[in-house]
Design a protein around this ligand. Sequence first.
Ligand SMILES: Cc1cc2nc3c(=O)[nH]c(=O)nc-3n(C[C@H](O)[C@H](O)[C@H](O)COP(=O)(O)O)c2cc1C
Length: 277
Amino acid sequence: MRSTGKGRCEQNDTPHSAARIETQKMETLEAISGRRMYRGRLDERKLEEEVLERLVAAAGWAPSGHNSQPWEFVIVDDDALIERIAEIATANFDNFLATGSHLLQWVRNFLPWLRWSARELEIRGDGIFFERWSRSDWEALGRLKDEEPIRARMIEMFGSRGRPSILIRSAPCLVFTLLDTTRKIPDCSNDTMALTSVGAAMQNFRLAAHDLGVAVHEQSVLYDLPETRAAISGLLRIPGHLEIVGGMRLGYPAEASKSSHSHVRRPANSVTHRNGY
Ligand SMILES: Cc1cc2nc3c(=O)[nH]c(=O)nc-3n(C[C@H](O)[C@H](O)[C@H](O)COP(=O)(O)O)c2cc1C
């Protein structure tokens, strides 16, 4: 899959050459289906400038409504800043878990997407395999009427001493994706066009990373709480017209990808409707 020149368009290729279409199709499709979200430890090596430039350039080739390119990226590879970001994100998440009366609902929203074995994951074709707690643990939590017993366990797993936090702290690089609100399409009544455009850029970024052997891990704890977005925007001096819409760790992988997170999808024919739904 790594760039070999194979499948690239030679100048004297005829555009409809069957052989060329075949090789090009193979490389692209393999890259698309072979990309994985990496949840393991990253090597402490920093990413080379040239690699970062190529990732952002690949993102920029995404299509966008009116060619508006409503995206920007903030690369953070300063260790002190990464540490501070990890503190902000996970302290806010601790606070989210420790206060308020949303926790039971949060667990119940989570439950439909949890799978308990690789087999179940494969049959369903969606969701995530959550091996650290059993089904009965989670289901018992979902049945609780009182959220107090849940808090400590949730904080232990997802909070500032949990694995997501450790993974952020030890990352050599974080990248935040920004939506430029001044580049939203004015006559589009909601943000769909801008957001789908940014999504295309993010996927280009991930596919380019896959091509270059760079592991990427989207971590929503970096941006899903409004107070986290506000604090990180302040820390990174992000102007007010730019909204954080994505946050990821990236670097060179330091361990094999966990097999428990199998790569599954719903079959194409189960999501396709022809001539009407
Ligand atoms: C917007 C978005 C947010 C995500 N947030 C997280 C996250 O917080 N933690 C995590 O481990 N994976 C996260 N993921 C990764 C997904 O779980 C993953 O893409 C999905 O399970 C499919 O696996 P694959 O990307 O390896 O094919 C996120 C992915 C996206 C697109």
